[in-house]
Design a protein around this ligand. Sequence first.
Ligand code: AMP
Ligand code: FE
Ligand code: FE
Ligand code: ZN
Length: 284
Amino acid sequence: MIRIDLHAHSTASDGTLSPAELMAAAATAGLDVVAITDHDTTAGWAAASAARPPGLSLVRGAELSCRWHGAEPPISLHLLAYLFDPAYPSLVSELARVRAAREVRAERIVSLLRADGVDLTWDEVLGYAAGGTVGRPHIAQALTRAGLVGSTSEAFAPEWLGRRYRVPKAELDVFDALRLVRDAGGVAVFAHPRATRRGRIVADDLIVSLAREGLFGLEGDHTDHSPAERAHVRALAESLGLAVTGSSDFHGTHKSVTLGAETTTPGVYERLVAAASGVTPVLR
Ligand code: AMP
Ligand code: FE
Ligand code: FE
Ligand code: ZN
């Protein structure tokens, strides 16, 4: 049986395994294909490619922070982008802008926490991010170290990063992001589109519009989706001619999900690879 996991994070963003460790872990998990999809960056691609063991195919990707302005207030969402040209200028500059804004935002969250007497520093948080895309899980790590929460997920409770100390981050307009990914030869999949437990979700109308603009698929099998949510995604995808992927969204010890916990079928994977025309094919 071929096992394909198209969504995993490394220390290039908020995962806890380095790109090289992620490749080793993917092989140990018995995966045939793994995608590296760090938030708003391709910084892990080179190290992952260099460390890829024989027999493991590597799909290079990223998870883009996006926003839909069709709701009030706008809704944040994630677009998985695969096999795009990592040097495509406007995509490179947009990702750099989003990453820089993430630092300003995380530093603001740290200031708000410090103003309330929480014992953490910006240097500590930057240290946890270790040069990768900074995210709330790195602040969660400081809250855990300070003994204020027991885990990363506890740090996302409303009294912490989930609401009280939540500061919005800069995001790409989802239609702009989709166009950039496609112009860069990539393929776009809407990540965990029905994950109600993460917050507000977009209306199906948006997915209809994105399908018209060239969206490739929907991530249906994801641990944040209930069986009913998975069924909804599958039916919607079918009606729009979109592919359905399944992936773990592995984050190392920041989450409890394991690599390969959800998988994508070989048929969908082959269509995805065939749809990509970026200068960077999958490595096998
Ligand atoms: P940010 O991108 O900085 O807004 O942080 C969001 C990231 O935090 C997501 O990509 C997840 O990796 C993580 N995250 C969000 N909600 C939770 C949660 N309830 N438990 C653990 N990690 C979470
Ligand atoms: Fe994450
Ligand atoms: Fe995501
Ligand atoms: Zn993710």
